[in-house]
Design a protein around this ligand. Sequence first.
Ligand SMILES: Cc1ncc(COP(=O)(O)O)c(C=O)c1O
Length: 406
Amino acid sequence: MSMDMNFVESQFPALRQREFTYLDNAGGSLVLKGVAARVSDYLLTSSVQHGATYSKSAEARDKLRQAQESVARLINAKRPEEVVMGSSTTWLLRVLADAIGETLKPGDEIICSQSEHESNYGAWEKLTRRGVKVIPWPFDLVSFRLSTKTLQSLMTPKTKLVCCTHASNIFGTINPIREIADMVHANGAKLCVDSVAYAPHRLVDVQASDADFYVFSFYKVYGPHHAVMFGKYDELLKLPNQNHFFIAEDRIPYKLQPGNVNYELAYGCIGIEDYLLELGAKDGTTPRQKMAAAFDQITQQEELLSASLLNYLAAKNNVRIIGETSHAARLRVPTISFVVEGVDSESIVSQMDKFNIGIRYGDFYARRLVQALGLEKNNGVVRVSMVHYNTIAEVEKLISKLDAIL
Ligand SMILES: Cc1ncc(COP(=O)(O)O)c(C=O)c1O
């Protein structure tokens, strides 16, 4: 079933401003009107404190519960308590690292992939202050992939945790999370996955991926600046309380949500599920089938966009694609990075700005990745990041301008 672009456009009011071509979606996607409507609804009708005896408080609490349930369905968690919310992926990973850090001893090891956004590396590196060792898991400098063989060679009986992305925010490469999870578990360790660059493009399934912790931010998935950390129930139960001292250890997820979560943004996130259910309505009966159908359409559209841009880039002698060169949807998401030989990445992007096309250059906070490739001299990479609401016409416009610049 192909995607109904009229329906898609009707859901993203910002798309009506088509004179601006937005191709920086991995920085942050456009927001669904249903999300904004729910945020507004919460603020204007339910903005009271939770936990009181009056009925309005119970109503507001119920809306937060609805949000937790919606996110649990979106990610296929077994129970809503497995949904920990927070302001950002970086924040949630800091809370998780603090909690796990309390359970580790000097000499324990954590393996972090070198293709991480800093949020899933730096949080763990802080634990070296407690004597924990953080071991980098290098990616292959030619294929840009993470190899499970390399991971196996790094694992020791002291390995407690492995951290990696589901998809790289620079390479676009999708990592084989289930295979990684099986290997990590066979070695007696746990897996923490950053899914920020993956979740906008594929239907998340935390049960299928079998990661112990799995984190992403909704502002990249058509929603607000709010984030979720899934944790397996038993793993969350084991973690020490990060909230006030009188919050019980079995108060999940509350013990990992110090301070109030943002109620209105949490409630807004239900708009993401609403959208996917409507997009996939014709091809499924159960909510999960409908969401899977929606993501099938999304994947199909994104593969066309990737193919169009990658074919162009691959044909240019002076361009080097930094990431997966195949457009196959099983291998990559449509986040495409490249460098031009002898050219500063900034100069390409600043010329593109004049055409009202939004792309970006830099290291995208994956600084260790850019350093490993020696690309600081280029001022990082040029990144074009697309999602399903982008069109082939937009990619063709980008290509024609790029051709003029190159
Ligand atoms: C892959 C990846 N992980 C983590 C983050 C950090 O997300 P947040 O801004 O919600 O902390 C980003 C942000 O760009 C990202 O691209």
